[in-house]
Every structure is written in C-alpha cells, then in structure tokens.
Design a protein around this ligand. Structure first.
Ligand code: S3P
Length: 429
C-alpha cells in the first residue's frame, strides 16, 4: 500500500477561503435586492470576481472594504441596466449559468455573456432548453448550444420543470429567472443538489413550499431589500486539506469556518466510511448555512462503495477523493458520475490520463474509473487540463509523497483558491 511519511507541523491550522458557490450567489442576490448590502467572507478568486465585475456593469456598485468584505449598492432588479460591453465570466460555469437565468428574466435588459476557451466548450443547452420553455429569448451565438450567449431579458412565464440532471446550476438558473421575472416555478430533481440558492432565498424572506426533499414551488412576488450576507469557508477547498490530514503520517490539521451544508458534506461521509477520522467542532449557523471547524487525524483508509445518491454532494471532490483512493486498502472506484465529463475539464479523462502517467493501471468507463490497491507510483509531468481541481489534487499527492511529480500549469488554482500554495508552503515549513 502507498504510504506518506509527511509529518504535519504541530498545532497546524488553516482557514479556507469563502465558498465559491455561495460567493456567486451573494453577488446575484445582492444585485436583485434594492438598497445596501454587506457581503463578508467573499471568495476573492477569479470566478466569483468575474461575476461581481459583470454585475457592476449592470449598475450595481461594489466597494471593497478589505479582507473579503464588500459594500454593495443596488438599484434593485427593476433598476438594472443593459451593459455597454460583453460580460466575461472567465472560467466560471456557475457564474455564467446562474447569471443567464437572472438576466433572462430582467425585462428590457440586453446582454451578451462569454467566458474563456474552456468555458466556451461547456454545455449550455441544459439551461437554454428550460429557459426557452419559460419563454426566454436566449441564444447560443455559435449555434452549438455553447457560449457566447445572447440574451434579451423579458417577462417570462411560470413553469413546472423536472430536471433530467441533479444540477444546482440548472436549479439555481431557473430559480433566479423566476425571481427576476416574478413568475412561479415548480422544480423537481432526482437527487438533492446543493441548496445554497434556496437557503439564500429564504434568508432574504422568500418562502419555499416543499412537496418532497427534491421537489418544491416558489411563488411571486419576490422583492428583496439589501441584507448582510456571510459566506462560509468552502468545503470543496477544505477537502484538499482534509485528505492531506488523513494521509499524512503524523500530526493533525484544524480547518476553521468550513461550510457544512448537508448537500455538500458527502466528502466527509465518504472519507469517514473509508476509515477517516474527521471531527466537527464549534458547529453554528449563519445566513441560512451551517458551518463549523474540522479536526482531521491521520487514518488508514480502505475502499468503500460510493453509492449514486452521494454523487451530487461530492461532484467537485472526486479528483481529491481519488488521491485518497491511491492510499487505500483495495483501491478505489467511482461510477454514476458521467457529468464529471462536463466540468472545467473532462475530469474522468483528466484523472485517468494522469493516473496512467503515474503508472497506475486504471479501468475507464463511461461514467467513472477504478483501480486496485497501489504500492508505488512513478514521477511524471501532470497535465492540469486548465482545471484548478486537477492541479490541486496532484499537488496534494506530490506534497504527501515528497516526490518529483511536476504539474504543467498550476495558475488555474487562482480561479478558486489563491492561497492554496501558501498553505502547502506552511505545511512544508
Ligand atoms: C455548483 C454546482 C455544481 C458544481 C459547481 C458549482 C453551484 O455544478 O460542480 O462547481 O454553485 O451551483 P452542477 O450544478 O453542474 O452539478
């Protein structure tokens, strides 16, 4: 079995940056709400900053107060204006998909939304189709269901929609479209995807009628006023150091202020099932979200079955769970995860390709991959495929094994976790 000799320095603690999903949503809801808002704990990374820059072009004022705090002044949804320029969401799938919903429902506001080369390859049909059912005027400019998107905001119609995929981006896109346009939405998904949009909507005073855990209705009028948003730390960023703490030889890591929304904590469930010792301390609730501190201890991990109901809540953590699998008794298997092929990269291909470079024999399937217990890996040049989570996962592996693995381009980490390398530097002492 693969083992790490890494000794964590004593009393090692870290605070992960703000949650990416909640940061995007704080910009969108603060823009819809009339008056002044305060956002604290905002993730100052490229993806959410691009969403903020985009809404500043629609007439919302964001003033940086320092340390992740922003004062926001918005004329409210009825006062937003057509921007003079194209809105650029960079690498951010959440930014473009959620904004596309909101903008589709803003009467008289015309926009064009784009992103970097990787974002322009990602599927937008999953939002274009249901938005079109609401009567939205949204077009893929290249005509292939991908960005750039051209939107002429208008009054939409109410809709009842059963999503073919459990995607929080699709769900939130339609919720924001309904909220912007003041129409009714009934929405159903097979498994519960992250529910930060629902939580923020309720925090602002909205009411949701649940027909089941995964089926709900919202009804207008939706008129929000400015509020104080608190963004918890990102469990998807914490996941890299949870896995690090479990795989190290000795010591422990304290990770503070981590968002513990139950639709996001699948990574803790899976790692505990694998034998990981992760303790939650100081649990509390802010702005409709649960948060707490995590203490993680070195543990011997073993292979477990990861059932399909857990996939939506670990979808962003599968690359780093795979690194945990390299150190696990009996190996690792992930299945039912075809949507991994539509993330910042085709993450099934990216993981299989890089694992093979490291000498791991991997079986790739349409919706996942598997490998047996590993005893040794080779050094290799890892390809990040323009994907922050691929780069960070292999940097964790490199640090644990203190070996010669190299990463072709780790600049992508700035899209979600600019402090990542500094924390690795502190661990290495
Ligand atoms: C997100 C939802 C997930 C996730 C993404 C962030 C969100 O995508 O992978 O990183 O903030 O709503 P899908 O909704 O496409 O599964």
């Amino acid at each position: 079995m693969l083992l790490s000799n890494f000794q964590i320095p004593s009393n090692f603690s870290l605070i992960v940056p703000g949650d990416k999903s909640v940061s995007h949503r704080s910009v969108l809801f603060a823009s819809l709400a009339k008056g002044e808002s305060l956002i604290s704990g905002f993730l100052e990374a490229e993806d959410p900053l691009n969403t903020m820059r985009s809404f500043s072009k629609l007439g919302v004022e964001f003033s940086k107060l320092g340390n992740g705090q922003y004062k926001v002044k918005s004329p409210g949804k009825l006062g937003l204006i057509s921007p003079a320029v194209e809105l650029d969401f960079g690498n951010g799938g959440t930014g473009i998909r959620l904004s596309a919903g909101l903008l589709s429902g803003l009467q008289g506001v015309d926009t064009q939304l784009t992103g970097d080369a990787s974002l322009r390859k990602r599927p937008m049909k999953r939002i274009i189709d249901p938005l079109a059912l609401m009567g939205a005027d949204i077009q893929s400019i290249p005509g292939d269901g991908k960005a750039p998107l051209k939107i002429s905001g208008k009054k939409l119609s109410s809709i009842s929609y059963k999503s073919p995929i459990a995607s929080a981006q699709v769900k939130s896109c339609l919720m924001l479209a309904a909220i912007a346009s003041d129409v009714e939405l009934e929405y159903e998904e097979d498994e519960l995807s992250r529910d930060h949009t629902e939580n923020m909507f309720r925090f602002l005073g909205g009411s949701i009628k649940h027909l089941s855990k995964t089926h709900f209705k919202i009804k207008p009028p939706f008129s929000f006023v400015g509020a104080k948003f608190q963004v918890p730390g990102d469990i998807s960023s914490a996941a890299f150091f949870i896995v690090f703490g479990l795989l190290a030889k000795s010591g422990s890591i304290l990770i503070q202020n981590v968002g513990l929304n139950p639709a996001r904590t699948g990574v803790i469930t899976v790692l505990r099932n694998m034998g990981g010792r992760i303790e939650v301390e100081n649990e509390r609730s802010e702005c409709g979200e649960i948060m707490g501190d995590l203490r993680v201890y070195p543990s011997q991990l073993k292979k477990v079955e990861i059932t399909s109901d857990l996939i939506p809540s670990i979808i962003d953590e599968i690359p780093i769970l795979t690194i945990a699998g390299l150190f696990s008794e009996n190996g690792f298997e992930i299945k039912n995860s075809e949507d991994l092929r539509a993330k910042e990269s085709d993450r099934i291909h990216a993981m299989v390709f890089n694992l093979q470079k490291l000498g791991v024999i991997v079986d790739e399937t349409k919706d996942g991959y598997a490998f047996n217990e590993i005893n040794k890996i080779n050094s290799a040049l890892i390809e990040s495929f323009h994907d922050h989570r691929i780069a960070m996962s292999f940097l964790i592996l490199k640090t644990l094994l203190e070996n010669e693995i190299k990463i072709d381009d780790d600049s992508w980490i700035d899209t979600s976790f600019p402090e990542f390398k500094e924390i690795i530097g502190r661990l290495k002492g």
